[in-house]
Design a protein around this ligand. Structure first.
Ligand SMILES: [Zn+2]
Length: 80
């Protein structure tokens, strides 16, 4: 019974990012949310998260630490 509880409890979640330098996409769980203003509605009434997502590890494509808008990511935070 207890062994079954070991099924992945993911505290780290991976997101798909697009490197603006190389145009390649990559997944990373090394990121953090900054300037989180919560979920807002855009002009179409769709919910998006108004926040910035900052890489906490260098981009595997170019080595920079990119900053993204949460709304630009395929974002699991703002699921309606
Ligand atoms: Zn990059």
């Amino acid at each position: 019974m207890f062994q079954r509880l070991r099924q992945q409890q993911q505290t780290m979640m991976s997101l798909l990012f697009l490197c603006p330098r190389t145009g390649q996409d990559f997944t990373s769980c090394h990121f953090e949310i900054r300037e989180n203003n919560g979920v807002v509605r855009d002009e179409h009434g769709a919910k998006t998260l108004d926040a910035k997502v900052v890489l906490t590890a260098p981009c595997p494509c170019c080595g920079e630490r990119h900053i993204y808008r949460a709304a630009d990511l395929s974002c699991p935070f703002a699921k309606s």
